[in-house]
Design a protein around this ligand. Structure first.
Ligand SMILES: NC(=O)c1ccc[n+]([C@@H]2O[C@H](COP(=O)([O-])OP(=O)(O)OC[C@H]3O[C@@H](n4cnc5c(N)ncnc54)[C@H](OP(=O)(O)O)[C@@H]3O)[C@@H](O)[C@H]2O)c1
Length: 223
């Protein structure tokens, strides 16, 4: 049995999360389309599963307790890949997880996925894809956590976040490393089950937002 299947594991966030999950002592199956991109991580707790998400990737889900979907078509591709990866591959992952009895699903979504009409039209197709994938997960019956980070930064994480959206667009940001940490918290604790958690750079420990308490911090959204 593998503890966590991480989809899109060669990505900037997911690769950091993969290393962190292994450091937590978990066994990780990394789904990538190019195994060479993970050749710098060698660990007995890591297995690599090579598959393109545009194909049937259901066999990756065999014997996996949890799933993290952190893949994305990226900003340099068009609407076709947005549809096929951010929406359809994410939707398929939810279906495969159900078929294989996966017990929990963590989705890396995006700020703005709650209301795609509220942001500039250029990214609306992407936000619609994220929105529909999130809705599919919410209705799946799986125990889920949906993470909705702001604009991603390639700078060291601070370990601190806030979940209330900042007023200034310049502050609607978060280091990728902090998103990776949030993934690990979602996987290793039960406090974020069936919740949507926005992620912005802030001042509170990430772990605080993943605690299984009755009273949530203001701004941590429960839907
Ligand atoms: N950019 C932002 O500001 C922002 C903000 C909020 C949320 N997000 C979301 O955050 C998530 C992760 O971001 P990131 O920066 O870590 O992304 P990233 O570095 O672009 O990683 C995306 C991953 O998806 C994989 N992928 C894409 N198409 C695939 C396919 N057909 N088959 C298999 N794998 C495929 C990529 O594989 P390869 O390595 O082979 O290309 C890569 O591993 C994405 O879902 C993104 O939409 C982004």
């Amino acid at each position: 049995m593998t503890n966590v299947l991480i989809i899109g594991a060669s990505g900037n966030i997911a690769k950091q999360a993969t290393t962190m999950l292994i450091e937590e002592g978990l066994t990780v199956k990394a789904l990538v389309r190019d195994a060479g991109k993970l050749s710098d991580i060698q660990h007995p707790n890591l297995s690599v599963f090579e598959k393109d998400l545009e194909d049937d990737f259901s066999t990756a889900f065999e014997q996996c307790e949890q799933v993290v979907f952190a893949a994305g078509s990226g900003g340099n591709t068009g609407a076709e890949k947005t549809l096929l990866i951010d929406l359809w591959a994410a939707r398929n992952a939810v279906e495969y997880a159900k078929q294989h009895g996966t017990i929990r699903f963590t989705m890396v979504s995006s700020v703005g996925a709650d209301d795609p009409d509220a942001l500039p039209s250029a990214i609306r197709p992407y936000l619609v894809a994220k929105h529909m994938a999130d809705e599919h997960l919410k209705l799946s019956g799986l125990r889920y956590t949906i993470l909705r980070p702001g604009t991603l930064l390639d700078e060291p994480g601070t370990g601190k976040i806030q979940t209330i959206k900042p007023e200034s667009k310049d502050d609607v940001v978060i280091p990728r490393e902090d998103v990776a940490t949030a993934i690990v918290k979602a996987v290793t604790s039960t406090g974020s089950e069936n919740r949507i958690i926005p992620l912005y750079r802030g001042t509170r420990d990430i772990a605080d937002f993943f605690k299984p308490t009755r009273k949530r911090f203001a701004g941590s959204v429960t839907e």
